[in-house]
Design a protein around this ligand. Structure first.
Ligand code: 5GP
Ligand code: MN
Length: 332
């Protein structure tokens, strides 16, 4: 992968640009994609941002969201945009399979592909890019990219809100250890460009439905197990429970973090039964590497302190296997 700066000559004349991100997009995925959309559009390019699947409700307010194509709703339009594109940007993922639906199409695409991402172990498939696991968020890297292009003055309120959303959600509202002085410097700059941060917080965190709040109560009371011996908290949710509470896409967002608020819990896992697979989310505090854990045991990956994976076994088999692994490795 060549440095992203070397891709600059490709952008000297107006281009058709396709941007995509990972399936089940979060605040950083959509924030990064839309920040880049606004920036490249302001430079005169024709840009199509494509989400591989639907967005959670708490992101539907974002500036530019009306220009997003959802592959699951409009696959033909999305594939046409990919075929027509001169350049492809991939943000907040580093392996084609994380897009789920676009895996083969991206692999077959011959246009220059540019990566902006902060996950560990990028697949060796990009022509240009920047991959920095020490970065708080891909949104912060989009901010750096715009600055490297000499375009700080093009950052307007829309771009600021998108970048803020991505960084805020990936850093747990600026509390995780990955939140550097550079992040705070960036936020100061975004504030000077018109960012109203409390409105973004309200959109993201104070937009729950009553049923989501009651579902959280149920989860904490009935579905959370704490294993003090292993410094671990586990939440498991079957398809039946998700249906019973009419759980919407995005309603399980953040659940995995709750056990980490208990003293001495340093490893938290959420296991959810979805469609034809079982999805696992892992979070840790300190030096337990959940990225390796996900890769080794659950065909996944991600970051040192936040990762995910999947299992093709049944829900109950997956939960049993997880508990067995726990007793074998004794996380600290
Ligand atoms: P989440 O638990 O929010 O789904 O994912 C946490 C982090 O791990 C995210 O940064 C996400 O990109 C990454 N991640 C989640 N699932 C997978 C997976 O199946 N494979 C890989 N490589 N990374 C994942
Ligand atoms: Mn991210």
């Amino acid at each position: 992968m060549r440095p992203i700066a070397e891709a600059t000559p490709l952008l000297q004349t107006p281009k058709k640009i396709f941007i995509t991100t990972h399936h089940k997009p979060d605040g950083d995925a959509i924030g990064s994609m839309l920040a880049l959309y606004h920036y490249l559009t302001s430079k005169g390019h024709s840009v199509t941002p494509v989400s591989p699947g639907e967005l959670p409700d708490f992101l539907m307010w974002m500036p530019g969201v009306e220009h997003l194509l959802n592959y699951e709703a409009e696959p033909k339009l999305a594939l046409q945009a990919l075929a027509d594109a001169d350049i492809i940007y991939c943000v907040d993922f580093n392996d084609y399979s994380r897009t789920k639906h676009l895996t083969e199409q991206l692999a077959a695409a011959t246009q220059p592909k540019i990566l902006i991402d902060h996950h560990l172990m990028p697949a060796p498939v990009w022509d240009y890019g920047t991959s920095i696991p020490e970065k708080s968020s891909t949104a912060e890297m989009v901010y750096d990219y715009i600055n490297q292009c000499g375009d700080n003055s093009l950052i307007n309120k829309d771009i600021a809100e998108c970048i803020y959303t991505g960084t805020m959600t990936d850093t747990g509202s600026f509390r995780f250890a990955i939140t550097t002085a550079d992040v705070h410097d960036m936020i100061a700059d975004l504030k000077r460009k018109g960012l109203e941060h409390s409105i973004v917080h309200e959109h993201i965190y104070d937009s729950w439905s009553e049923s989501r709040m009651k579902f959280l109560g149920y989860v904490l009371l009935e579905r959370m197990e704490i294993f003090p011996k292993y410094n671990t908290g586990l939440i498991t949710l079957s398809k039946k429970e998700l249906r019973l509470f009419n759980v919407q896409s995005g309603d399980t967002e953040g659940l995995v973090n709750y056990p980490l608020s208990i003293a001495n819990v340093r490893f938290a896992t959420l296991i959810t039964e979805r469609g034809d697979e079982v999805k696992l989310s892992f979070r840790s505090k300190g030096d337990f590497d959940v990225s390796s854990f996900a890769r080794e045991h659950f065909s996944g990956g991600g970051h040192f302190n936040a990762s995910g994976g999947r299992s093709k076994e049944s829900f109950s088999e997956t939960v049993a296997r997880f508990k067995k692994i726990l007793s074998d490795i004794h996380p600290r």
